[in-house]
Write a protein that binds this ligand. Sequence first.
Ligand SMILES: *Cc1c(COP(=O)(O)O)cnc(C)c1O
Length: 399
Amino acid sequence: MYTEFQKHLQQTLQEIKDAGLYKNERVIVTPQSSGIQVAGEKGNVDVINFCANNYLGLADSKELIDAAKKRMDERGYGMASVRFICGTQDTHKMLEKAISDFFGTEDTILYAACFDANGGLFEPLLTADDAIISDALNHASIIDGVRLCKAVRYRYANGDMADLEKQLQAAQAQRFRIIATDGVFSMDGNVCPLDKIYELAQKYNAMVMVDESHSAGVVGKTGHGVTEQYNLRGKIEILTGTLGKAFGGSVGGFTTGKKEIIDLLRQRSRPYLFSNSIPPMVAAAAIKTFEILTRDNKLQDILHENTKYFVEKMTAAGFDIKPTQSAICAVMLYDARLSQEFAAALQQEGIYVTGFYYPVVPQGQARIRVQLSAAHTREQLDKGIAAFIKVGKQLGVLK
Ligand SMILES: *Cc1c(COP(=O)(O)O)cnc(C)c1O
């Protein structure tokens, strides 16, 4: 059998390559940070990193590493169990409490990843009698979670409140309704209009679920996410998020919100019931993260300053930048090949970025997505901007 299947796979892989869509992974040989080394043909190369989700620069934080090491010494390496059999330590309970405190919610449940949090969210809560109204640009994990649930699906155009209202009217046919949205949409860096979503939810008797993966730690004056930005702390029924981005960049996900919702997820959510607990060291480092973020506002302030600085300089240089309210800055190039050439030329200049083109973004919307971090120094930002300008002129993007 495999000989035939192998041929089929080889053909499929070739098609991906021919379409210019084959993804090669670059190998980093240092800790994740704003300055890293990647393996090159002639040895390791220094680059400034503008494509990590390391928004607060905590991925190589000494404080987090120390907290993880200490906990590993105290509580061992792994849990070798799911939570409900024998995989819950006090560390996990403390982390769930820290997350609830951070977001102002009633309770929290941990997962191995936010992909699992979203994948296991809807199916235990809703039935074929209910409705999910989902933003068209929601993350793949929300889409998969919705697919696994029998609820009736409605979709509204990204951030389009007139369309959401129309879908909510149609969804009056169902028993319970939940609107699902990303907090920050990762391709443009736009924040969901949560104030208006909340208003419509009140008007049409719906609940709201927000995935805070790209917004938590970033959005809002003190980085408490979109509920801080829109003054809706404690008002949203369900928030999900990741420990793999701003919150230290390791692994882990969570759902946080109303007590009964979290309680039922503990009873019925399949990625929670049938998948291993996160290691105690990861939980301990995450607890430290929330301690750092509530101790003062230093990292959040630096991230906001860095983002503002980069966007202003790039706009002044003549680049076409998507309006952003997050730490994501989309430099629009529109043409797929140009975005690939641009990213390759930047790498030659020691700037690590990725070009995004169809099907990751719509046809004719190719871009380079820059992600800012509190770890970026002013010098690194200036080098990045200078390289963008140099390549922009070389490739005729700037005059
Ligand atoms: C990154 C991301 C996820 C996945 O998070 P993991 O913890 O890495 O699985 C889910 N949702 C959104 C919106 C994301 O950006």
